[in-house]
Design a protein around this ligand. Sequence first.
Ligand code: B4P
Length: 190
Amino acid sequence: MLNLVLFGPPGAGKGTQSQKLIEKHGLIHLSTGDLLRGEISQGTELGLEAKKLMDEGTLVPDEVVIGMISNKLDANKDAKGFIFDGFPRTVAQAEALDGLLDSKGESISRMVALEVGDDELENRLLLRGKDSGRPDDANPEVIRKRIKEYNDKTAPVAGFYKKQDKFKSINGIGSIEQIFGAIDKIIKTY
Ligand code: B4P
């Protein structure tokens, strides 16, 4: 299996690149952001709980997202591999993911980090907020909170994969095609 973690701050291009990677490599896309937004639109209890946190730019509790990922792995036993987009976002989530994959005789192949500066992130998210309808993209204060959450809780996850010698970092500024080419080159070396 090819199991890729796409890593980076909010607005770095993880969702955008995931779409292209699943088309080319036939992988299953697991985006915890999309899964949570699905729960919100269905009005589930989990969705109602998550909405409040997401609207203010705070991470949802680890056990909630770990449970969602575990269900999706079980539901896709014959997959060629997975793209983890926006997960793991804490070291506890990374440890849990290793455990889930290990129990199936699998592991993470690579983490690819997209490097983008804070000003560009804020511009991209505000631009998307104009027509995405996402409350967390519309407000500069919430965007800054999301970037702070990333720096405080998510950035340390890179160290977790560096220790396993699985971490690769690329420039996330440039055309979507250029960035896709750089990620694809890393996949080919696997
Ligand atoms: P996510 O849905 O994961 O939100 P995101 O990080 O903002 O999206 P992404 O990074 O994929 O967007 P993209 O860059 O592709 O999370 C939302 C919330 O859910 C979190 O704040 C949290 O509350 C919760 N959550 C999710 N997962 C969680 C977890 N594991 N644990 C706890 N809580 C969790 O796109 C951004 C914009 O940039 C787009 O408009 C795109 O068109 C543009 N763009 C992309 N590439 C570009 C390029 N090269 N140049 C110019 N623009 C580009």
